[in-house]
Design a protein around this ligand. Structure first.
Ligand SMILES: [Zn+2]
Length: 426
């Protein structure tokens, strides 16, 4: 399993590192502890120039991408983000290759709406059928602020250290919030706040409730609050995967399976390949009692998820080895490897875990089996499915789909129909 896979979705702010130093003055170091969200970021080493204006660990307030004073949101496609960053994080962001790239357009414009979700308040729903791999939303955060690790700010709010940390965080967020355009302020203040009674200030409570992890800013951790993405509800069988892209300073959501018109769009906030009881514990701070199919039918789902957890081979090189042994082996049944791939795919499908990194690998394995068997119809079907799954997993464009679903390309592959040719020769 990939490191950090399916760990905490929404960033939990978990330490008492001083979050409250005034903007542009020396503050506290953001601690290293961070829960990793699903999704990717370009993590090539970036040369970070040093300057003497802000030392590495001093917090500052910054608008990114920077804007002329008086600019309105309507003038800037994708908008901008008001951030609290350390000097080093800001330099890292500015040194990101291509920064600031424009926020990409979704595959279909206006493909979602915000509407009432029974039992959950508001949620996000599909306005049309959405295909696997489609980009549903790409959005810049309203704010980016430090998330805190190691010690929970949800701890005893009578503890003076916790109270002080809450106050400092609120002071810092107030400084940032004053710079946020009025329409974004309104959207931010309309979001849920699960921290009404633990000593958090209002802005801190909203940031802690709605923040998704933001990567690519060095040691972090940071979280971003979004106008629309923060409205998306949790599911333990989510139909989207998210990717943070530092170059465009945007979070992107892609469909991991086909989503029907009017279906609710979901993400995961916590680790989801775990038992229902553990998930419930992790979701409790968000005041979420999950009623997704996996939680509603936890006896069956827990058994399946243990099975998936134990099957490290799904994502490993063993499947590739099995294919290479099977392919030239005349005595091996034609469906030997294919059956394993189809069985594991069915298991992940039944749990709605298409964002498992092994899912695309299994589709690709089934595709290779059909290529070796020379089955045109199945090659087209699984080529499409594998290509779309990789678009979702790798935050990729349609070239991934085209490369996987071209029959002309497949027929040039030396494996094309090899099993059929072997049986004729036998
Ligand atoms: Zn659930």
């Amino acid at each position: 399993m990939r490191r950090g896979f399916l760990n905490g979705g929404q960033t939990k702010q978990r330490c008492l590192a001083d979050p409250g130093a005034p903007p542009d003055s020396a503050g506290a170091t953001v601690k290293k502890s961070v829960s990793s969200g699903t999704g990717s970021t370009n993590s090539k080493p970036i040369h970070v120039p040093h300057d003497t204006q802000h030392d590495d660990n001093s917090f500052l307030v910054t608008t990114q991408p920077s804007q002329m004073q008086g600019t309105s949101l309507a003038e800037v496609p994708g908008g901008w983000t008001e951030c609290i960053l350390t000097g080093k994080a800001k330099r890292m962001l500015l040194a990101t290759p291509g920064f600031p790239q424009p926020v990409p357009s979704p595959t279909h414009p206006n493909c979602y709406r915000i509407a009432n979700s029974p039992g959950k308040g508001l949620g996000v729903f599909a306005n049309r059928d959405i295909r696997t791999g489609d980009l549903i939303i790409a959005e810049r955060p309203i704010t980016i602020a430090p998330a805190f690790g190691s010690v929970s700010l949800q701890g005893n709010s009578n503890d003076p250290a916790v109270r002080e940390a809450h106050q400092k965080m609120e002071g810092r967020l107030e400084a940032v919030f004053a710079r946020v355009p009025p329409e974004n302020q309104q959207a931010y203040l309309a979001l849920a706040n699960c921290h009404l009674h633990d000593g958090s200030g209002k802005l801190t409570g909203i940031q802690r409730t709605n923040g998704f992890e933001v990567k690519g800013l060095g040691e972090g951790p940071y979280s971003g609050v979004f106008k629309d993405i923060s409205r998306i509800n949790h599911s333990c069988s989510p139909n989207t995967i998210r990717h943070w892209d530092p170059a465009s300073l945007s979070l992107r959501l892609r469909a991991v399976r086909d989503i029907a018109k009017d279906e609710e769009i979901t993400v995961h906030y916590v680790t989801i390949i775990t038992m229902a009881q553990e998930r419930a514990k992790e979701l409790a701070p968000y005041q979420i009692k999950c009623s997704c199919p996996a939680c509603a039918n936890s006896l069956v789902s827990d058994t399946n998820r243990v099975d998936i957890l134990l099957k490290q081979y799904i994502n490993g090189p063993e499947m590739d080895k099995a294919f290479k042994q099977w392919c030239p082996d005349r005595d091996a049944p034609d469906d030997r490897v294919l059956n394993v791939a189809l069985r594991e795919l069915a298991l992940l499908d039944s749990e709605g875990l298409q964002l498992h990194p092994g899912y695309g690998t299994l589709l690709s394995l089934a595709l290779r089996c059909y290529i070796a068997l020379g089955d045109e119809d199945k090659v087209l079907e699984f080529g499409q499915r594998a290509g779309r799954s990789f678009m979702a997993e790798k935050d990729g464009d349609r070239s991934l789909l085209d490369n996987h679903s071209s029959l002309d390309l497949v027929k040039k592959n030396k494996l094309w129909g090899i099993r059929r040719r072997m049986s004729k020769q036998a």
